[in-house]
Design a binder for this molecule. Sequence first.
Ligand code: ZN
Length: 193
Amino acid sequence: MTPTTPTGGSRPAGPCGEHREHIADLLASCDDYLRRIRRTLQGGHTSRHYVTEKAQALRNAASSLLAGCHDVEGWLRQCGDEIIEDWDGEPSITECELEAGHRGPHQAGSQRSPMGVATDAGRDLAGAAQAFSDHLDWLAPRGCLAPDVVDDMPQLARGLREVTHALSKATRALDALWTAPRDPGSSDEEELP
Ligand SMILES: [Zn+2]
């Protein structure tokens, strides 16, 4: 089953567009798995195997989402010029974290680009999904989601809330990224040495 993308209509062009579609798909998958898990846990007829399976799928989708964010980040962040900073007399070499073709001086880490924010949100989502899935794995040998499920529900519910929160944060961050103003003349520009 392939979940529908929230951006189904217009397909953005270019390499970023490809990533964008991939990331939108993964985001939609996370949302889909999350809904299924929530529905099952709230529905009364809980199946441990079903929930654990969906939690693992959620974790995998979330970690793919994070990897996708890293891909886009890597693609966008092409400046990477070396900056030599003075750390208590020791020279420390870092990379410029601004996007390729930026104006003004190079900068290391002091500014968060929309992509950086989105990657952080993706990392939080992957972490929350991992924790949720790990919790289910930990419960499984104890026969959870059987009679003693009641004791575990508050913690499962908290884990679900954390994933939900991380997912909406990632959605907002990615929305902000796709609508962020880009350098107007960024296509077919001649590379300066
Ligand atoms: Zn730079």
